[in-house]
Write a protein that binds this ligand. Sequence first.
Ligand code: XMP
Length: 513
Amino acid sequence: MKREAVLIIDFGGQYNQLIARRVREHHVYCELKPYTVSLEDIRAFDPIGIIFTGGPNSVYAPGAPQVDPAIFDLGVPILGICYGCQLMAHHLGGQVTPAQSDTAREYGKTHTYFDTNCKLFKDLPAESVTWMSHGDHMAKVPEGFALAAHSDSCPNVAICDEARGFYGVQYHPEVNHTEYGAQMLRNFLYEVCGAHGAWTMGDYKNTAIAAIREKVGGGKVLLALSGGVDSSVAAALLAEAVGSQLTCVFVDHGLMRKNEGDEVQAAFDPWPIHFIRVNAEKRFLDKLAGVTEPERKRKIIGEEFIRVFEDEAKKIGAVDFLVQGTIYPDVVESGAGDAAVIKSHHNVGGLPDTVDFKEIIEPLRLLFKDEVRQLGRELGLPEYLVTRQPFPGPGLAIRVIGDITREKLDTLREADFIFRDEVAKAHLEGTMDQYFAVLTNMRSVGVMGDGRTYDYTLALRSVTTSDFMTADWTRIPYEVLDAVSTRIVNSVPGINRVVYDITAKPPATVEWE
Ligand code: XMP
């Protein structure tokens, strides 16, 4: 069977990687290339279909991104989205103009009517909601095109030339707000381009491994492993690609959850890599002794992490490549460009500038979180690592309020473990995006047996969120909270009271410090 690849031509829209992700979801391989891609490169890529993305410009503006018009003679189906649709119309003899009035501009959810005879809308409802974000209009539809969808304010929301396989939509099928957007993209891939959908995450893995091997050659590779999903998946991928040349440095700062350090180590044992676990607990706890101010704690940990990593890197000697587990949302959140550097500091407490390496490898840079998890499974990482909830770089240091001692950390570890265990028993993990225990610095009077106690109050925190920028507290069933509380006060010495944090973010944050 012919290799099936879709080329996505990037005109600078904000959802472009999302289009790529949607195509992958339909099991079709795709690549995103800038609009400056040459016709020879497009021919060499040999796509079964081309998608023009949206973009911030107006097609008639001076210097607006263009394509070589010969692209329309390749005999390859094209789907133009928003700017891409207008560009296609502009090149093929249509006319694009600014909206006549503010009311004619379309932003947001729009009720849209479809011609379901058009292949793009085959088997879909004749009316549904689309997500619009455009100020320009097609005043004249190019010759050979038929109108395929309209809204109350716009007669040509979608156009199609079925004979040539050209389709244009003014809305964004890739975003979730467009009700049947995924199916429309699927129709383009399967009904128009004739895809069979044989591509899998396993193929992604193989392609990524081949690319890493080619780049790294015989060079030495270093990776700072935090035990989080992203760095673990990056490590597994590199291990598979260039195992014997890879050194993973796992700085165990003694601020991990119960058994976490051992779990991370065990997960990487089967790979033929050089795995260094630096047991730096004493170093970190000594530096943190008596420190109560949250920002101080974070700074100390970030700084100490750099020192430990630097010491290990020096021992290893000249390293050619440094691997980072940057994923696509990190790139977006930090802004393009130097995003990788920004995130690495956030992720692992900062990597030293002084470590001598030639290049940074970011093999997950184009993947979304759930795709990273899928790749992790493909690589054989254990499920508990792949589905791990986020865990902050400074670890339990910011969940022990006030000064940190080994004893308090152990108390918290035990209580946190019980919370997670009870959540697992109740099969509630899917409803909670992050959940953990916090050892408050407050003590109160209690009664245990016949005696008085004066022990710490433990807080439970659980949030439900999609992006961690805002979050709601999870409505955990009372009986689960009851089981957690009872088990903790009965089995963890030093805790005589358990409370549940019912504050959203904002005004609170997810972590207490
Ligand atoms: P906040 O407390 O800011 O947390 O609402 C939002 C998310 O970020 C995580 N977090 C961190 N992650 N290094 C990290 O890698 C950090 O220093 C850090 N601080 C907070 C937090 O666990 C939550 O998922």
